[in-house]
Write a protein that binds this ligand. Sequence first.
Ligand code: 1GP
Length: 252
Amino acid sequence: MLKMGRVERYIHDRLREGKLHFVLLDPDDVSPETAGKIAGMSEEIGVDAIMVGGSIGAEGEVLDDVVKAIKENSTLPVILFPGSHGGISRYADAIFFMSLLNSRNPFFITGAQALGAFQVKRYGIEPIPMAYLIIEPGETVGWVGDAKPIPRHKPKIAAAYALAGQYMGMRLVYLEAGSGAEKPVPPEMISLVKKVIDVPLIVGGGIRTGEQARRAVEAGADIVVTGTAIEKAGSLGKAQKKLKELNRGIKG
Ligand code: 1GP
């Protein structure tokens, strides 16, 4: 059996203490300099990890430069959140080795994974197997990933996919409304998924207030991901304020 690596163990250790907050930075939206500053701030505020990735343009040099800047400015684990095999950087600590289970296109279920696997091994990046599910509206990742987004009022479909993911050996489940979604994943869906799976549950997409973050956690999210609310806060001062608000919502 694939042994748990350092980052996955860190996630499980921290989960014993409480809920976690991961900040997502998209190299196509933030400069390395800003990413480094946000990562440093995030660590001070109590964020648990930085995720790096995006659906469009988050590849190559910009990706490497953002990961390096984060590593220089914080000691938080950097976890890749790739849109495809192009989203791999040798400078990251770990990678969500994810399968978009409700895609209509096998490329996003197993194809990109096969194309990226040797690179992950060569660079010694820790793979963390994850079931990735797109919930309506799905936004850019839903479109690019050719998903059949799960309707917001059909929690049972999400729960069935999540449990299937767990039975296929995935050690995390991620419910994704899409970056910048108008509304986050509904609490009823989070609750039902949480009830049926045993692996940690990650929720993200459209969470922009402390109150929304709190509701996700109360419904059963173990890890809450926030991106747009921080990246598009308008200034580093506002980003810091927003980070604190979101972090309080998640950690109480
Ligand atoms: C997107 O779930 C993440 O992949 C975060 O979404 O940018 O809306 O916070 P936001």
